[in-house]
Design a protein around this ligand. Sequence first.
Ligand code: CA
Length: 233
Amino acid sequence: MAARILIVEDEEPLTLLLRYNLEAEGYEVDTAARGDEGDVKLKENAPDLVVLDWMLPGLSGIELCRRLRARPETRQLPIIMLTARGEESERVRGLSTGADDYIVKPFSVPELVARVRALLRRANPDRVANLLAFGDIELDREKKRVSRTGKAVDLGPTEYRLLEFLMERPGRVFSRAQLLDGVWGNEIYIDERTVDVHVGRLRKALNRGHSDDPIRTVRGAGYALNDLFGKTA
Ligand code: CA
């Protein structure tokens, strides 16, 4: 499946030039000429990478970048920022808002294409994979379905996101605060005990009819997918 790229840029000739060249590389390209339009498209269907102009009508590239980083679904989305400003302080500001890379206008198109390629390669391949697997558990992102030993597991939306988050990083231990940040987003205030409630629900649904628990509670630290799960069976 071709990687999808969204270009958010208000200079039409540049958008056309980038679209032409990225499509020639085999990418699927979508465009938006305003920041707010880009925001809507990104909410509807997140691409694999965004080329984002700094100065945009509707909503600035910087603000859009901040919003993308604040949402769990787009937290790790690769972003290349285009900027006409060359000052060092502005560049640093661009990167501190969470862009992965930036290019100063005017730039060469082959250079941008090379950076797109590099960034997509660097991005976690699991993030773009539609099917995540852990032991006997499978999570299908396209269908938003989870199964264990081939049998469907019925999960609420929060439990689904929690499992997806954990399956993207199996074995890694997350504190309750990190899970809140990654699954619920940092804009909403929720008590950390809420995490325990949802982990409990996720466990109950996943382990129905099974004796082994894929989720490990790490005392004083948080939760992780047990990296020994499925290996001893
Ligand atoms: Ca612009």
